[in-house]
Design a protein around this ligand. Structure first.
Ligand code: SF4
Length: 243
């Protein structure tokens, strides 16, 4: 097993991608990750646009890779439809629909109506962070689709990140990809994608916390649009965990 320490000291974790690699280092990192971690590597997949790229690249390396989707029970029907479509296109992928320990109704009974409006951090903790913690309990490392250009909080993300939050290694193959790179790859390879992307939703999460983005260059402006919140808590420590 290659440790985090040995990895960050290796040339693979360099800041700039190889110039002759059209995937900007992503495929190289994915190959390395599965060679190093094998079945103890999990991809936490949101089924956003970046996920379509990552799924396609991962399937080139490991057709039966393990994916976990944090099924909050609050996603758009279009997202569930996409998951079905992906499973048909990549039949060997093992997609786990990871649910929170309490249903939406139980959450309302215990915490009051629409917790996401009053305390979205607590809601995300119950419905996303805790389930991911459980899903990663048997994993040594996990893959995420973070890109540096998504937001200032992600600008320092490296290919491999020490993840103190989940006591794990977080592998981010797409750090050098732009939004345009993602869509070029999707179109070039005729990949499926969430139909809501064609309706002004660049970033798609739970229904109560996702809004359309109109006349705004910020890809994530539609997430928790009424709050200062910009992250669900899964990646809160990513910039500082890289070194
Ligand atoms: Fe709750 Fe919104 Fe977080 Fe989904 S994104 S878990 S609805 S606060």
């Amino acid at each position: 097993m290659i440790t985090y320490k040995s990895y960050i000291e290796s040339p693979l974790n360099e800041e700039t991608p190889p110039v002759d690699d059209p995937t900007k280092g992503a495929l190289n990192i994915i190959e390395w990750a599965y060679q190093s971690y094998g079945d103890s590597l999990v991809y936490a997949c949101s089924f956003g646009a970046e996920s379509m790229v990552l799924i396609d690249l991962i399937a080139k390396v490991k057709k039966d890779a393990a994916l976990v989707f944090l099924d909050t029970d609050l996603h758009f029907q279009e997202t569930y439809d996409l998951i079905e479509e992906v499973q048909k296109r990549y039949p060997l992928l093992k997609i786990e629909m990871k649910k929170p320990s309490i249903t939406v109704d139980e959450q309302r009974e215990q915490y009051g109506a629409a917790l996401w409006k009053r305390n979205p951090d607590q809601c995300c903790y119950i419905r996303k962070v805790k389930p991911l913690e459980e899903a990663l309990s048997g994993a040594t490392a996990w893959i995420s689709g973070l890109r540096r250009s998504q937001s200032p909080t992600r600008a320092n993300t490296r290919f491999i990140n020490k993840d103190d939050r989940f006591q794990s290694i977080k592998i981010c193959p797409l750090i050098h990809w732009s939004w345009e790179d993602v869509w070029d790859y999707i179109q070039l390879n005729a990949l499926p994608y969430n139909k809501l992307h064609d309706q002004s939703y660049p970033s798609i999460g739970c229904i109560p916390c996702t809004a359309k983005v109109l006349n705004n260059d910020d890809e994530r402006a539609g997430r928790w649009a009424d709050f200062q919140k910009t992250e669900c808590g899964l990646h809160a420590s990513s910039p500082s965990s890289t070194n």
